[in-house]
Design a protein around this ligand. Structure first.
Ligand SMILES: [Zn+2]
Length: 354
């Protein structure tokens, strides 16, 4: 995300989902939509709160097999590796940092990979490059990632880069780090005004497939040099807001990790709506001889509270629909069925002697 939009929308959020079910209550549809009775809505307006930080999409399309991913005790993901790939320093932090932190908390080893140099977001072009490089590192720490990488492609010019180069660099890292799960901007999203997001989503999707054991002839020198194929079996595609109108089949409960998400966003000083926004408001109020008790008595508290209270409210409202304190939503693609295993079971059951 690049914009700082705090537009208040006049249109009320449309149709509320009833609990975890994919179908909205008909009464809610009737009350809040002007659709003719015979027409079933296929996209649902995401409700807005008082602050409307514009961090959740205008609409979601919910799948009939939607799953709520809840917190799991212990470290069920121990030994697994995730890569969270973003075009810009604030994409993962704004849209899916809670889920990344949750999976790391449940045992994953995490890596943060930024594809652009974020030069368009800073006091100057050069300042943007330096500040966002620092921010990417700090956000990775706040999320509990082991390491952060940057590819430094020029910001908002990534559609002029060779896709196969971006893809190859990702395949190299996926194989080196033995990645099992990826996070990225949804490559199936219908709308996005930022060209880098589209490139990033497509690059991650294709690299995830080609880095697998089935891609043994893809960049064979990597394998000959000692890298191993990796089995990426889970993909969490997050929406881009507000233009993201993507399919949602997974809602993740991030209630216990909301403070991780807040800290990751506070780390983004160079761009986005978080960073030092709290301390700036506190300073501005002080110049006017006022203070907000919410922002506390120091800059660190002011930044944390500003992000949690004003920016995370979108995710609180999203969660509320599903009975959760805070939530994030995804187009989740899980492990593919194992055809050979299924055929083997059939053979075991049905093979007879010649
Ligand atoms: Zn972005």
């Amino acid at each position: 995300m690049d914009r700082r939009r705090f537009l208040s929308r006049t249109a009320a959020g449309g149709i509320a989902l009833g609990g975890a079910a994919a179908q909205p209550p008909p009464s809610a549809t009737a009350q809040r939509s002007n659709l003719p009775a015979a027409v079933t809505p296929t996209a649902y307006a995401v409700p807005r709160g008082e602050y409307n930080a514009y961090l959740t999409p205008d609409y979601h399309t919910y799948a009939s097999d939607l799953v709520i991913e809840r917190e799991q005790p212990g470290k069920p993901h121990q030994g697994k590796v995730l890569a969270a790939i973003q075009a810009h320093a604030d994409d993962i932090t704004l849209f899916c940092a809670g889920t990344v932190a949750k999976l790391i908390g449940e045992g994953y080893t995490g890596y943060l990979i930024r594809l652009s140099n974020d030069e368009k977001a800073g006091k100057t072009v050069g300042h943007g490059v330096v500040q966002n490089e620092i921010d990417n590192q700090e956000a990775a720490k706040a999320l509990g990632c082991k390491k952060a990488f940057s590819f430094y492609y020029r910001n908002h010019r990534m559609d002029d880069c060779a896709m196969i180069e971006i893809r190859q660099r990702l395949i190299f890292l996926f194989r080196l780090l033995q990645v099992n799960t990826v996070f990225a901007m949804d490559p199936y999203d219908h709308y996005d005004e930022n060209p880098d997001h589209i490139v990033a989503g497509k690059a991650v999707e294709t690299a995830s497939w080609m880095a697998s054991p089935g891609g043994g002839h893809e960049y064979p020198e990597q394998l000959k040099a000692g890298l191993k194929p990796c089995q990426i079996r889970e993909r969490y595609y997050h929406c881009r807001s507000p233009q993201g109108h993507n399919l949602v089949n997974r809602v993740v409960d991030i209630s216990s990790y909301i403070d991780h998400k807040v800290r990751a966003n506070v780390a983004n000083k160079g761009k986005g709506p978080a960073g030092d926004a709290g301390l700036r408001l506190r300073q501005e109020l002080a110049r006017q001889g006022k203070k907000l008790p919410l922002l506390g008595n120091d800059d660190e508290t002011a930044n944390f509270q500003y992000v949690k209270h004003f920016l995370m409210d979108d995710f609180r409202i999203l969660g509320k629909q599903f009975g959760l304190e805070y939530a994030e939503t995804f187009r989740y693609i899980g492990p593919e069925p194992d055809l050979r295993q299924a055929v083997g079971k059939y053979v075991d059951r049905n093979a007879v002697a010649l």
